[in-house]
Design a protein around this ligand. Structure first.
Ligand SMILES: NC(=O)c1ccc[n+]([C@@H]2O[C@H](COP(=O)([O-])OP(=O)(O)OC[C@H]3O[C@@H](n4cnc5c(N)ncnc54)[C@H](O)[C@@H]3O)[C@@H](O)[C@H]2O)c1
Length: 263
């Protein structure tokens, strides 16, 4: 039996980067997946490749959250794992961040993460336990080591949103334990995805560096000595989704090659 046989999981932000790597990994371990993304074509292409289902959904829209959860419940009658991962990033100096920048960042990275979590939890608490487990469901958020510290002086709004994700992860863990629903988040470091390529372009431009220089400098600080891949993150998400992690809740797990210690 593969590690995620019988697990039904919804992944947001599944068309790219960490979400896509997790979809590949979890599908390989036997999970059935609903891949959601604002980029519906990207989600569909990956779902077709993996023999899974996709849905176009903008997680900042309440109607889209309902539609995507409805689809999971119509298809499977339950949802075992939510991987609440969609997010955005941008580089802005602390003194330059506008109200619009702030609102857009927090709308996707915190508000939407909260309401996706809430919508999934409302349904999960009414379902029978996961096959082979005492739990009814699992919530896994993508936070970041930016929630804690450093290296990201030019992303105050992003860092604040991720600190918020750690916070709601812990509150949900406390509140939902009685319903046998766990809530954990992962905190990746500097992962080689389209998001970091955007950060590199914006950060390098601001500093007057060649493209690639911000990435080079940031990843040179990683104690384990190499940049992080989306697959590095996928292994940990797949573990959290598995029955082996059933007794973990309220945790923020750093998956960063030691970067949070080393800068
Ligand atoms: N790349 C990193 O170094 C890093 C580090 C720590 C945390 N993270 C977090 O990991 C998560 C995934 O990031 P990634 O690096 O894979 O980025 P990515 O840009 O490669 O992928 C993000 C995906 O989210 C989707 N998305 C964005 N807004 C959406 C919305 N409103 N509704 C639905 N989908 C939406 C995008 O279309 C994209 O497919 C994010 O939450 C990010 O903040 C990334």
């Amino acid at each position: 039996m593969a590690g995620l046989d019988g697990i039904h999981a919804l992944i947001t932000g599944a068309a790219s980067g960490i979400g896509a790597a997790c979809a590949r990994r979890m599908a390989g371990e036997g999970a059935q997946l609903l891949l959601a993304d604002i980029n519906g074509d990207g989600a569909k292409a990956l779902a077709d490749e993996l023999g899974q289902t996709s849905v176009q959904a903008d997680v900042t829209r309440a109607a889209d959250i309902e539609r995507m959860l409805d689809l999971a419940y119509q298809r499977w009658g339950r949802l075992d794992v939510l991987f609440n991962n969609a997010g955005i990033a941008e580089v802005r100096q602390l003194l330059e961040i506008t109200e619009n920048d702030w609102d857009r960042m927090l709308a996707v990275n915190l508000r939407a993460v909260f309401f996706v979590l809430q919508g999934a939890a409302k349904r999960m608490r009414q379902q029978a336990p996961i096959a082979g487990s005492e739990l009814r469901g699992k919530l896994i958020q993508t936070a970041s080591i930016a929630a804690y510290r450093g290296g990201l002086a030019n992303q105050a709004h992003y860092a604040a949103s991720k600190a918020g994700v750690v916070s709601i992860t812990r509150t949900a863990a406390q509140v939902l334990a009685r319903d046998k629903i766990t809530s954990n988040c992962i905190c990746p470091g500097a992962v080689d995805t389209p998001m970091w390529r955007k950060i590199d372009r914006e950060w390098s431009k601001f500093e007057g560096w060649e493209i690639g220089e911000a990435w080079k400098r940031r990843t040179s600080l990683i104690p384990l000595g190499r940049p992080e891949t989306a697959e590095d993150v996928a292994g940990v998400v797949s573990f959290l989704a598995s029955r082996d992690a059933d007794y973990m809740t309220g945790q923020a797990v750093n998956v960063d090659g030691g970067l949070v210690m080393g800068n």
